[in-house]
Design a protein around this ligand. Structure first.
Ligand code: F0G
Length: 429
């Protein structure tokens, strides 16, 4: 099986086994597979057979689809294993978004080993680090990438260095990076500053860069779509809704869908809807002028810290994915994100704020009549509820200044005697 790297701008090609993150012209790189070869070796039956496997590497929801993702020797693979996340139906969430429950699927990527979809890109990213004989991996992060990279680096005996914006990532994520043993550098700036720094540092100091500008990260993240369609018996939904930050997922989804059509697993593409927070919305602003102009957002701001990004590295690939899929971009407010989160959490599923922008976006798009009530929709919940306990607790304790909190579930303080407890129970039951 062969693959090459190819520039999305000028089509220049490079070998995959030499470290490179962008083309000489500055364009982003794609991993290009030999689709004819892939077609010969994979089948829906093959993937079905692997589904029951408890054995390395097919027990992973990424490596099950290896030929479409990273056809390399198994000896390099670093896996937890990742993927195999659930696809939920929830009447409570569907009612909130005004869609029929049978038409709404929630793919919960927060069920990955470190609690976010990043694990799917990190298994391929760290595996490539091994294959390329790199000993030190690095990333900038709003939290989940660093948590994931720290874990996979430790499993693969690589040294991990993470660059995070000081004071701006959720505690659950910071605690993971520290706990898994990554050297953690807190940059006095925002994510975009950290991203620019780690890019320079990687080139100068020979660190293997594991942000989603690394095309092998996106190959792993394609498996969200492949696994989701596998779970749906390859029946294509009408819409896939995903939050947009650094735009790695949006880009990976477009590529996965195109390739699945090329190998005849699906016969048409669903539409992708990318949702951004109002205060961190460069893709949305550019979508409004049909991608004629792109202006980074200087001081991005949102409670959904995972997507607090003003200058996404994968902008061009995301635009391509939106064009391929006749996709759209929507923005949602802080209130919409947190109230949607209260519904997702209250449904017993739970996710971090950025993930719930998808449900807020769905509700908005249904209200606008862009998504129809009887269309099939899959929303990607990108991260676990436990990642950002501050956002959740502050919401329920009504400590979020300026927020229109609709579904608070405040804790009740009670004296430590049975009479007091009875009084409280009488009030709430
Ligand atoms: N949701 C969560 C939970 C995330 O952590 C991220 C990105 C996104 C959505 C946005 O995904 O970048 O592919 O558009 N987090 C990165 C990080 C930037 O550093 O953890 P994207």
């Amino acid at each position: 099986m062969s693959m090459i790297l190819k520039c999305i701008e000028c089509s220049k090609e490079y070998s995959f086994n030499k470290i490179r993150y962008e083309c000489d012209c500055g364009g982003l790189l794609d991993v290009v597979h030999d689709i004819e070869q892939v077609k010969e070796v994979v089948s829906k039956d093959l993937f079905d057979k692997r589904l029951g496997s408890r054995a390395f590497p097919y027990f992973s929801g990424v490596w099950r689809y290896k030929e479409l993702i990273l056809p390399i020797d198994n000896k390099y693979i670093i896996t937890r294993p990742e993927g195999n996340t659930n696809l939920y139906n929830s009447k409570k969430v569907a009612d909130y978004a005004c869609i029929k429950v049978k038409n709404l699927f929630l793919k919960h990527e927060g069920e990955n080993p470190t609690g976010s979809f990043k694990d799917r890109g990190m298994t391929t990213g760290t595996t490539m680090a091994k294959l390329l004989n790199s000993k030190i991996v690095a990333c900038a992060s709003t939290g989940n990438t660093s948590a994931s990279m720290a874990a996979f680096a430790s499993v693969g005996n690589l040294k991990a260095i993470v660059f995070i914006p000081e004071g701006k990532i959720a505690f659950g994520k910071l605690s993971q990076a520290l706990a898994y043993g990554a050297s953690t550098i807190q940059i006095k700036g925002n994510f975009d500053d950290a991203m620019a720094l780690v890019k320079d540092a990687s080139l100068e100091l020979n660190l293997y860069l594991l942000n989603s500008v690394n095309p092998f990260r996106l190959e792993g993240q394609k498996s969200i779509i492949i696994e989701m369609l596998h779970q749906l018996n390859w029946e294509v939904p009408d819409w896939i809704i995903v939050p947009g930050g650094n735009l790695g997922n949006s880009s990976a989804f477009g590529k996965a869908l195109n390739e699945l059509r090329e190998i005849d697993f699906i016969d048409h593409l669903p539409r992708i809807a990318v949702i951004q927070a109002e205060g961190a919305n460069p893709l949305y602003l550019s979508y409004l002028n049909e991608f004629e102009r792109y202006i980074p957002v200087k001081n991005p701001e949102t409670i959904a810290t995972a997507i607090k990004i003003g200058n996404p590295v994968n902008y061009k690939k995301a635009v391509r994915a939106i064009r391929w899929t006749n996709g759209i971009v929507e923005q949602v407010s802080e209130d919409e994100i947190m109230n949607a989160k209260a519904i997702v959490d209250g449904a017993g599923i739970g996710a971090e704020p950025a993930s719930c922008s998808t449900i807020a976006g769905l509700k908005k798009l249904i209200t606008k009549g862009i998504i129809k009530e009887d269309e099939k929709v899959c929303c990607i919940l990108t991260g676990n509820l436990l990642k950002d306990p501050d956002a959740t607790v502050n919401y329920h304790m009504k400590k979020l200044d300026g927020f229109d909190i609709k579904f608070a579930n405040e804790p009740i303080t009670c004296d430590a005697d049975l009479d007091s407890v009875k009084k409280v129970l009488k009030r709430i039951l």
